[in-house]
Design a protein around this ligand. Structure first.
Ligand SMILES: Cc1ncc(COP(=O)(O)O)c(C=O)c1O
Length: 316
């Protein structure tokens, strides 16, 4: 690049263990080398893609001298777990609104991410799926002066900086650029960051989000809005039209956080083949797009392993 990009970057608190490695899987698809960016290794309890977003979101909360973080997600939300733990490490409390139509009544039955939220002392409030539709209003009405609200998945303009910077990190790692970049898409912030990160470096590498809920038009709108909000706040970032956002459909299966026997069999196959674990909600579904439609992604696709191991452990 010809200009110094460091001055356009918002404040950041370094929380993730980076750079995460890029590993290659040669044998899964004949003639294709799959590169895996191991963002499941960004930390142990702080593992996964969410921590990259939180480096910027929690930095802003700290700068504004907020005492408590309010956020929301599914009952096994990786984002809520990463937020609760990172906030605690930075001396802040957390209030979580977790979607659950039949929440566990007894703390002793909490598992996976939910258990970690409880152990770290987050204030956990369960809401029904119907109430969750009003999550933005629910969080706003719970918030006082000392609270900082992070949207679902940490997916907004500021959170997108996590993957803008992950692109910078990857360009320092790869000698030959990959033929494409693929990630799971649940709230859109990871893909938005990747798209902006590539465009601002003028890298002509197609980025694909495999949706794990909803559909392509919904996510094209969400991702382009995150990018355009970011462009408004940091005009050096590119604006992105909805039709520039590549979303792959066909891998939602039975629905968000629901699994099919075929998906679970692929998790086992890859774990037993290479000791690489995908989670049933996000990464396994997204990786299946690569396994079953590899022709779309070229001969050196790079898959972002966005984590989710605690969700796998809670899965029965
Ligand atoms: C493990 C994992 N992978 C992928 C995603 C999707 O990322 P995003 O919400 O940025 O689309 C999430 C969260 O939604 C996640 O927890």
């Amino acid at each position: 690049m010809t200009y110094d990009m460091k001055y356009e970057q918002p404040e950041r608190i370094f929380l993730a263990q980076t750079p995460t490695p890029i590993e290659s899987l040669d044998e899964l698809i004949p003639g294709t080398t799959i590169l895996v960016k191991r963002d499941d290794l960004t930390g142990t309890l702080l593992s996964g893609n969410k921590i990259r977003k939180l480096e910027f979101l929690l930095a802003e909360a700290k700068t504004l001298e907020k005492k408590r973080i309010i956020t929301c997600g599914g009952i096994q939300s990786n984002h809520c777990r990463a937020t609760a733990i990172a906030a605690r490490r930075l001396g802040m409390d957390t209030l979580l609104f977790l979607r659950a139509d039949e929440p566990p009544t007894d703390v002793s039955s909490f598992t996976g991410n939910l258990k970690l939220n409880e152990l770290v002392g987050a204030d956990i409030r369960f809401v029904t799926s119907q109430q969750y539709e009003s999550r933005v209003e629910i969080m706003k009405s719970a918030a006082g002066e000392d609270d900082y609200i992070i949207p679902e998945g940490g997916s907004n303009a500021l959170g997108a900086w996590g993957y803008i910077c992950a692109v910078d990190e990857m360009t320092r790692q790869w000698k030959t650029p990959p033929s494409s970049i693929i990630c799971a898409t649940g709230s859109g912030g990871t893909l938005a960051g990747i798209i902006m990160g590539l465009q601002r470096r003028h890298l002509d590498i197609p980025a694909y989000g495999v949706c794990v809920c909803n559909d392509a038009p919904t996510f094209q709108k969400i991702v382009s809005k995150i990018c355009n909000d970011a462009h408004e706040r940091w005009p050096q970032l590119p604006s992105v039209a909805a039709d520039q956002v590549n979303i792959i459909e066909g891998y939602v299966g039975r629905g968000y956080a629901l699994s099919t026997p075929e998906e679970l069999a692929d998790i086992k196959r890859i774990a037993s083949h290479r000791g690489l674990f995908f989670d049933p909600v996000y990464t396994a579904k997204a990786f299946r797009a690569l396994l079953y439609e590899s022709h779309r992604f070229g001969t050196r696709p790079l898959f972002i392993h966005t984590g989710g191991i605690f969700g796998l452990l809670a899965h029965s």
